[in-house]
Design a protein. Structure first.
Lengths: 295, 295
């Protein structure tokens, strides 16, 4: 069993869902982000959030994949102040919905004053709602951006054991681990991190608080990154238990702190969920009968 | 502002019913949470409270099946004709109760509030709130919402309106009704849980279904035996012939459907065709074969 704790499934095809389910991915977490192009008004942002909490969750369930979300205002769109103000107003209502496991992905992109403002406001919201946080670290000026993110998080009195720093690499892992945060690695073919480098990092730093994800989205990315990384790590001699931690258990441990994600969700789901949200291993459209407990 | 005393009385009756169902099923903390939420919602002091409470309901009250006892279900039908809570869960009943608690005698305000909540609802919320349709005041003003539910690409949302729900039979226009029935077949849902199926049969629906059956046959695909239920009273000789053929060559379920349809068809040729399968005809007369037992 694998969890892909960072996957923008709204941009993926049914082939991807089939392949993920077949490869053993039992759950995905879809963090709210931009969608390749900036939204220009709060209405489209609202529809996006209800889409990932609605139709996307249903779609995943049809393939036997459990779907969770992180809710937040991403750093890119935080630079549109009018939009950002309006989005901040709707966030609490979405963040308290079922299946929301964190505030995220939030953080810095260009590290502007507006990004900083809305990052801080959302950290306060996470503290208020007692939700974990998923942090997007910038692609440019990453090391300083990651370091600054962690400073601000601690300044806002969040417990680092409830915060995942994502898109970590060799340059940032040490500080992330030393300061008590979870370190997530986006195994993304042409940038970010590769499976080979990930395996090397696990060997060096151990599996504790390390998490692999695909960050698959609309770009060239691989929804099978997590199972592939697991395979590669096993071949590289990393113990089965450590592989399990990095590709399943650690993500469950930190995002499970939301109270919205537990192993029972896929191992023994509530009957109501089997009737509606989650079709086990059957694909609804083929005419198969959903697993329904007769009353 | 439209006010209606009888609406208010009905809402109170519905709330009383739901509270009665929930009382033995809620843990003390859950009951206390619900009481507190209702008080705040009734006071109207915090406009966001209703949406937040609806979002939080599953984690506060759990998602166990409501699983009504026969006398409780009977009380439901007595309070609201056609009310059928089969398959409801505790959190769904709570969500409907919360919506009702927000009614303060103003129909338009109630409808606008429900619209706002549904527009940002995640999948579980949508299912629950649409199942509550028969209990809401001003049903004729909710028609657009019910129709949106039927338009949904998410089967459980479609079924929240279509199945075990007296709302469509009471409120839908013939065109809306026909779309719902044909869509149920198209998405391979079932017809028998739709209330009022026989009462609302009509020639136009029969024509659409006959065309649809022809389309399926041309594509070499199977035809749901339930389809013929809405065709039967309007069947011509061609349909009777098709049914007689199914009666001779179909699968068990198809033969039962064909026999039931022939039974419902007033043409003498239908009677004659049914007589060719004495065993099935007898089983229908004895009530052993019925529409709700074949699909």
């Amino acid at each position: 069993m694998f969890i892909d704790p960072h996957a923008h499934m709204i941009s993926r095809t049914t082939d991807d869902y089939e392949a993920m389910a077949k490869a053993g991915v039992v759950a995905v977490i879809e963090p709210a982000f931009w969608i390749g192009q900036a939204r220009t008004n709060v209405g489209s942002y609202k529809d996006y959030l209800s889409h990932i909490l609605g139709f996307e969750r249903f779609r995943a369930g049809q393939f036997g994949v459990r779907h969770y979300c992180c809710i937040g205002l991403n750093s890119k769109e935080a630079n549109n102040e009018e939009l950002a103000e309006a989005v901040m107003e709707i966030l609490p209502g979405f963040a308290t919905k079922e299946g929301v496991v964190a505030i995220g992905e939030i953080g810095y992109d260009e590290q502007t004053a507006l990004e900083d403002k809305y990052f801080r406001l959302q950290l306060d919201l996470a503290r208020e709602l007692d939700l974990p946080v998923m942090i997007h670290t910038p692609h440019r000026d990453k090391k300083r951006g990651a370091s600054r993110s962690m400073d601000v998080i601690l300044e806002h009195k969040l417990d680092p054991s409830r915060v995942v720093i994502d898109h970590v690499n060799e340059e940032t892992i040490e500080e992330v681990k030393d300061r008590g945060f979870w370190a997530a690695f986006s195994i993304y073919p042409h940038s970010k991190m590769t499976a080979e480098r990930m395996a090397a990092l696990v060997k060096t730093y151990g599996a504790e608080r390390l998490i692999a994800d695909s960050a698959c989205d609309w770009g060239v990315s691989d929804p099978l990154s997590v199972p592939k990384t697991a395979k590669l790590m096993a071949e590289a001699g990393i113990s089965a238990e450590d592989v399990r931690l990095v590709t399943y258990a650690n993500a469950l441990a930190v995002y499970g702190k939301s109270g919205q994600m537990s192993e029972d969700d896929w191992l023994s789901p509530e009957p109501i969920d089997q009737r509606t949200l989650y079709q086990g291993n059957t694909v609804l459209r083929g005419g198969q009968t959903p697993r329904v407990e007769e009353t | 502002m439209t006010t209606s005393l009888s609406q208010t009385a009905n809402v109170e009756k519905s709330m009383h019913l739901l509270k009665g169902w929930l009382a033995p099923r809620l843990a003390p903390e859950a009951a206390a949470w619900l009481t507190a939420q209702m008080a705040t919602i009734v006071s109207g002091e915090k406009p966001m409270q209703l949406a937040m409470a609806i979002g939080l309901a599953p984690r506060k009250v759990g998602k166990a099946d409501l699983d009504l006892k026969p006398d409780e279900a009977e009380a439901g039908r007595a309070a609201r004709s056609g009310l059928d809570a089969t398959g409801w869960s505790v959190d769904q009943a709570v969500r409907i109760l919360l919506v009702l608690a927000g009614y303060r005698g103003d129909d338009d305000r109630f409808v606008a509030g429900l619209d706002r909540i549904l527009a940002a609802a995640e999948i579980g919320e949508q299912i629950a709130l649409l199942r509550g349709l028969p209990l809401y005041p001003a049903p004729e003003k909710l028609l657009h919402r019910a129709a949106e539910g039927v338009r949904s690409a998410m089967q459980p949302i479609f079924e929240a309106v279509a199945h075990r729900n007296p709302y469509p039979r009471e409120q839908f226009s013939e065109a809306q009704w026909n779309q719902m029935v044909v869509k149920a077949l198209f998405i391979e849902s079932r017809l028998w849980p739709i209330q009022g199926l026989d009462v609302r049969r009509n020639p136009d629906l029969a024509r659409m279904l006959i065309d649809y059956a022809a389309e399926r046959r041309a594509a070499g695909r199977s035809i749901s035996p339930e389809l013929w239920r809405c065709v039967a009273p309007f069947a011509g000789e061609a349909e009777v012939e098709a049914l007689a053929h199914i009666l001779r060559t179909g699968t068990d379920a198809e033969r039962k459907g064909a026999a039931l349809a022939l039974k419902d068809c007033p043409l003498p040729s239908a009677r004659a065709a049914l007589e060719t399968d004495k065993a099935l005809a007898d089983a229908i007369d004895a009530g052993r074969v019925a529409w709700d037992r074949i699909a």
